[in-house]
Design a protein around this ligand. Structure first.
Ligand code: PEP
Ligand code: MN
Length: 264
């Protein structure tokens, strides 16, 4: 995979005055919830509205997402608020449905990036698309696996690519849900300086109190954007309740973060 300016063209073309901001709930729960949060995020710094509709839960028996029904809710978000939309895809069927419903950006979750078979299936299903595709790091701190997944998409002709750093599983007790291992993300940046890199402070943190500081560290390291789980009633969210912030928290956070420009 060559490294060139073309890689970040999709982001540069957006001509943003701030980092790319992707926000919205961990999971789409109901139509009302999806639309309420989207309306709260309209007219803020948010560029893309996220909501997971197929949820990769580590253990069975938890809420596994509303499924394809949620795609219609995301279409409504776009119609009513003008926000662009993004959701997680984890197999060829998800890709087909998401493309049919004109989701603007797709992301691949940490539990999918670990599997070369899944990555290849997704790459084949996406072949020739001009949608933006973001690849989260795998759950384990393996840079090659992360790059390998991105390479499969690149080889399938997907040019609007980016990476999301969401931290790594660890058996050790730490304050994080997933340890950031910033040095690994820095190695990624050094290898592919032109690949847009987005930080997901929510899944690194696991609790909302840490989201600001993680976001600030990412911006200090010149990341291109943030993906922040945002819910109007976080404590009652159906997944990842402890780490979601409210839309108003997000607005304050974006106001208070120090944004470093490359020319600084
Ligand atoms: C998510 O974004 O809600 C999610 C499941 O993330 P990850 O793949 O990083 O665990
Ligand atoms: Mn989540």
């Amino acid at each position: 995979m060559e490294n060139n300016q073309q890689m970040r063209k999709w982001l540069d073309d957006m001509n943003l005055s701030h980092p790319l901001v992707i926000a919205g709930p961990c999971s789409a729960e109901t139509e009302d919830q999806v639309l309420k949060i989207a309306h709260d995020l309209k007219d803020t710094d948010v560029n893309y509205y996220r909501a997971g509709i197929w949820k990769p839960r580590t253990r069975p028996g938890n809420f596994e997402g509303v499924g394809a029904l949620g795609l219609k809710w995301l279409q409504k978000v776009k119609e009513e608020t003008g926000l662009k939309t993004t959701t997680e895809v984890a197999n060829a069927t998800h890709v087909k449905l998401a493309l049919e419903h004109d989701i603007d950006m797709l992301w691949i979750g940490a539990r999918s990036t670990v599997s070369p078979f899944i990555m290849q299936e997704i790459a084949d299903a996406l072949e020739g698309t001009d949608k933006i595709v973001l690849v989260k790091n795998p759950v384990n701190p393996d840079l090659s696996l992360w790059l390998g997944g991105i390479e499969r998409l690149h080889t399938a002709g997907i040019t609007k690519l980016g990476a999301i750093h969401r931290g790594f599983s660890t058996y050790k007790k730490t304050k994080y849900r997933n340890i950031p291992e910033w040095q690994l993300a820095i190695e990624f940046q050094n290898k592919f300086p032109d690949m847009p890199l987005i930080c997901d402070p929510s899944h690194i943190a696991g609790k909302r109190d840490l989201v600001f500081d993680i976001s600030q560290t990412a911006l200090d390291l010149n990341y291109d954007g943030l993906m922040v789980e945002t819910h109007h009633d976080p404590n009652n969210a159906w997944s990842d309740a402890a780490q979601q912030v409210t839309p108003s928290n997000l607005v304050h956070m974006m106001r208070d973060l120090k944004i470093r420009k490359e020319t600084d």
